[in-house]
Design a protein. Sequence first.
Length: 343
Amino acid sequence: MVARTRTSERSRADAAVLSRARGCLMGQVAGDALGSLVEFRSAEEIERSHPGGVREMAVSPVWSTLPGQPTDDSELAILLARSLVERGTYDADAAAAAYAYWYSTAPYDMGQTTRQALSAAAATPSAPARAARHAASRDSQANGSLMRCSPIGILGWRASSARVADWARTDSELTHPHVLCQEACAAFVIAIAEAIARGGPAERVYGVALGWCEKESRDTGVVELMREAAETPPANASHRMGWVRIAFQNAFHQLLHAADAGEAIRKTVALGGDTDTNAAIAGALSGALHGIESLPASWTQAVLSCRPESGLPGVRRPRPQRLWAIDLPELASALVDAGPAGG
């Protein structure tokens, strides 16, 4: 009887971990796709065109992508996730090679900071990580590394914070080596790993990430952003679009104040600006806390049924199948299984 009870409890815990891991990836892609409908608009423009907020997946009038189709933000995250599963750990050359492959597919959108590093990686297949680091802008504070790093948090759900932070910093260094970008990525994936491993409440997950920042972060600006996030969302999200500070502060604010991952995404999109990236980041973090069930079923269905294959009706942005999100639940499960313990 005791053995059966313990097995049952363990099974429930395993199911909860899987739900949160799947919620992380699905929140990432759903936030990305929903945000792509109104990218670059101000909060006021969004309110006029979508009274009550953006709530349903649709063809993006900005990019002509399908309902539920990832943009560059989540395509890179998906490739990172596949690399982590294949290697069973974070490997900078494998990640850089994956990003260089993405660069070679002629993406329909790409940030300038990312382009600068990945063009070098693609031209140097024998040492892509070294080439990317050498070419990367050391001044940029763009959100391009934060938008892709959520799978590291899933892989690291059983690992030490030090190890997870090291992976995140190393990945950010490939394209966005500014210390603020590195430390934001580290705090973000630590929060995701903590949420997936142990669940809520949100205040506890936030406290773990803040505590790490206060003790270990190499940039005091990250600590300040964490504290500001507890009180308020970022001001003027439509100004300085693409700034990592906006995306980071918003993600932790939504973690603390949104009732579930769906609400975190909707509130983020309503702020305007870099809506797809900000919502992808917020969706990944809140999804890791609340689980995949906290996302509207219609969003999940749109993501899992989206096949941007050349020649199919309605497809205006065809993309290679490796970049599709149709296997997100299985990919999240594989990341959970691959996650190393300790260290």
